[in-house]
Write a protein of this length. Sequence first.
Lengths: 289, 310
Amino acid sequence: MGTLTEPMAGDAERRGHAFTQTAETPGQAADPPGPGLDSKPVIEARDVCLSYGAHQVLHSISLAIAERRIAAIIGPSGCGKSTLLRCFNRMNDLYPPVRYSGSVMFEGTDILRSGIDLVELRRRVGMVFQRANPFPMSIYQNVAYGLRLLGVRSKRELEEAVEGALKHAALWNEVKDRLNRPALGLSGGQQQRLCIARALAVNPEVLLLDEPASALDPTATAKIEELILEIRSSISIVIVTHNMQQAARISDRTAFLMLGKLVEEGPTRDIFTHPRERLTEDYITGRFG
Amino acid sequence: MKAARITADGLYRAALGGAAALVFVVVALIVFEAARGSGLSIRTFGLGFLTSTAWDPVSEKFGALPYIYGTVVSSALALLLAVPLGIGSAVYLAEIAPRRVGAIVSFVIELLAAIPSIVYGVWGFFVLAPWLRTAIEPWLIAHVGFVPLFRGYPFGIGMLNAAIVLSIMVVPTIVSISREVLLSTPRSLREAALALGATPAEAIGVALDAARPGILGAVILALGRALGETMAVTMVIGNTNRISASLLDPAATMASIIANEFTEATTPLYISSLIEIALVLFAITIVVNGAARVLVYWATGGRRSAAALA
Ligand SMILES: Nc1ncnc2c1ncn2[C@@H]1O[C@H](COP(=O)(O)OP(=O)(O)OP(=O)(O)O)[C@@H](O)[C@H]1O
Ligand SMILES: [Mg+2]
């Protein structure tokens, strides 16, 4: 608990300089620095390297995620998008043997450090997976689960929070009459929105979305995108996507990853209209990928 | 060529169908014979047979209550001991132990299920009974003897011994099925829980919750085995038709009374009464096993759709 809630004195100061460093990572030193974030960074990866055993997957990635904005991570399959995302809530720890170096600053704490409170971190940095994974319980129980973990027992409090989260996830109107029915009876798109509601219920500061719509049809995808734009005002979002149009439609900033290296990061419009890197241009114009 | 294939196919089907039908016929015959054999007893005692505690071959008064009681209590007690142990081991083997350890240990546990029950009986009689008599039961009487369950005299053999032996016999069933069910719950459930800030233990709780129907099926299969277990129980339960509140006292089960007295039964009514006990036992185990089938089917069906939708 303490490790995250009490930023150390020096950290806030260091954070102030951090972003300038981020924009000038070694690989990009020659390029003109990208335009700055228009809100303060909530997560900052600095020189993050990661290997699964002997296989190095991330190579010295430095990236800042702006508060209450939508950041998209794009790149070809297997380039390490999911792995990078999972650095932000340490879900990679579930796949030993995993080794990190570098740091990821979140609220003044390096969350890659050993000994940080993972339970607290994951409460504050929520995650939604590629395939909807509701618990085999009722719709209500699914959304209430995280709150129960936090020790919320009052029925009224739970009901209000569940309703709030379901409204946030644009699911309330579809399920309000069947909250006690099994979540697995919902359609794929509804299940995914339920997973978003479940993540939102515990009030995370950051929401990580790993290809949340890749298994869904266009209508369900549109609903998810709409809801992401809706919650943008209250929460910082990082979304991994295969779908370039999707990144272009919803994100404020886009990071392009290839072979575990960050090729380019900047405002989405710039990335898609005049990327600085040749690789980025080839990728977004579909010349490979 | 085509005709030949059709005939071969038809023969094959007929053979399989015949084999399946034969199983039904055998079961039906068993039920029929048991019902016919118990006819005399049913006519003589009616429903009173199920509620009477008399067992007097001399005056030909028979009642099954002590044995029904013994079967139900010994099995329930066995589950009380075996379920926490079995589910605990299954959770450890499926969720916590390294894969290899889990696989090896569960292989060994499954071997336990293959040990003939008389071996458990011998162990219960020669190892467990003296230990209960000299150590456990005196302690129970001295310290919790104020509870009627632990009042009496340390015989060593009796309801407690039978329940312990039974619990050891059914633990492998619970462990191996529960472990399988746990291993087949989607990993994504645990990830979802962890990503919400669950501790590893809480994430296992979610998996257990998802595995609950299957684990329930395992418990009911174990119950079925406990209800029908004969040899080991007969050796250690003491065999008396008295119903006693104390677990330390001897008792008898439906299976043990049949095993003990069938060769001694001389009069038609005596034999018929024993057959009626068999019929009651058969009915109880059929119901329990049917319930287990339904539960396991429901659990696997639910899991498949869960996996398909997730
Ligand atoms: N648990 C793991 N153990 C070992 N290697 C892994 C593990 N997870 C991922 N990798 C490897 O790390 C690399 C990056 O994987 P990652 O899942 O992050 O890619 P991705 O960009 O998300 O791909 P996709 O778009 O297909 O989801 C791949 O080469 C993959 O094989
Ligand atoms: Mg991925």
